[in-house]
Design a binder for this molecule. Structure first.
Ligand code: ATP
Ligand code: MG
Length: 328
């Protein structure tokens, strides 16, 4: 555990995990496992910043951990745990709440997007979400945080809070770097290529769910909106929908966008979507075969094990923080 740099990241057990979560975040975690000491969290306290059905949340926590495992996160190499198992996360959040300013949080675009018009009536937790995320990251002396593009602003806030604490109380936290993929960091909605694919999207035609029935997912691809014209060409400005589908296709099959453009030269959207639908179907069929082999019991054991390992690291940091602020 000592020599390698530390990676920390997580996904909320809210809604249905989609191919954007996989391509933007989880797939790059899998690649980082050998080079780094990785810690992957199921961030259930983040999920409750919006309304969750308790019985559903409980199932989703297991589901997210299974998705990590089916994606190739190896519990022998990486720590996998559930956020609420380690109370240091919420304790550090309280302390960092006293370092964070309202003006820092007022800048967060995700809050504005999620709160919508009714900003005054949403829970305080949704506003404070980035401080909890900063605590998650800072507790583990994290060097690198691999996330999708939508989370970059939150990681920047984490850096600000870490630095501010360090200058107020003396060197305590390591300041982490954000890591985003060159391609796939922002997969867009199938029904609206101007907005990111999202678990909390209103329409299920927005996303390809990792647990969608493969035939249903294929149908979603066929129904995905396209752009004017008929050429298969990557151009985010004039062809946002086709560019998004090209990115998904390219990452799923490991071929460059350029290769795909020449493969579909002279062909139309219909042919292109039919092939992509087939690829998505195959990807999900293989993924779900791995997913089904993992039992709930095994997941519970892995999460319990992970909580022990992560808990020891988190407690050490929290102790250091408490000494610095003068409570112990
Ligand atoms: P929600 O709508 O509930 O916020 P979400 O789809 O944004 O759900 P999160 O759990 O918030 O999912 O994010 C998990 C990880 O997936 C983060 O690293 C985030 O940056 C990444 N991610 C989320 N959506 C996308 C996307 N459309 N493209 C690429 N990465 C994404
Ligand atoms: Mg999100």
């Amino acid at each position: 555990m000592l020599n390698k740099k530390i990676v920390f990241s997580g996904v909320q057990p809210s809604g249905n995990l989609h191919i954007g979560n996989y391509l933007g975040a989880i797939a790059q975690w899998v690649e980082m496992q050998d080079k780094y000491n990785c810690i992957f969290c199921v961030v259930d306290y983040h999920a409750i910043t919006v309304k969750q059905e308790p019985a559903v949340l409980k199932k989703k926590i297991i589901e997210v951990a299974k998705i990590y495992l089916a994606s190739g996160i190896d519990p022998k190499k990486s720590i996998i745990f559930q956020q609420s198992d380690i109370s240091a996360h919420t304790e550090l959040t309280w302390i960092l709440n006293c370092v964070a300013r309202i003006s820092d949080l007022n800048k967060m675009t995700q809050f504005k997007d999620k709160a919508g018009e009714g900003q005054e009536n949403v829970g305080v937790g949704l506003f404070d979400y980035p401080v909890l995320m900063a605590s998650d990251i800072l507790l583990y002396n994290t060097d690198a945080v691999p996330v999708g593009e939508d989370q970059v602003q939150h990681v920047e806030l984490c850096r600000t809070l870490g630095r501010r604490f360090n200058s107020q109380f003396g060197e305590t936290f390591k300041i982490p770097e954000v890591v985003i993929r060159k391609e796939g960091a922002r997969i867009m909605g199938l029904d609206d290529p101007t907005k990111k694919m999202s678990k909390s999207a209103e329409s299920e035609y927005n996303y390809i769910g990792l647990t969608d029935k493969p035939e249903i997912a294929a149908k979603k691809v066929m129904k995905a909106v396209t752009d004017s014209g008929k050429e298969i060409k990557y151009d985010e400005k004039t062809k946002p929908a086709i560019s998004n589908l090209l990115t998904i296709y390219s990452l799923l099959v490991g071929k460059s966008v350029k290769q795909l453009e020449s493969k579909y030269k002279g062909k139309g959207y219909g042919d292109f979507k039919k092939d992509l639908a087939e690829m998505v179907k195959k990807f999900l069929t293989d993924f779900q075969a791995r997913y089904k082999k993992i039992s709930d019991k095994e997941v519970e054991r892995i999460l319990g094990d992970g909580a022990k390992k992560a808990g020891a690291m988190a407690d050490e940091t929290l102790k250091r923080v408490k000494e610095k602020i003068g409570t112990i």
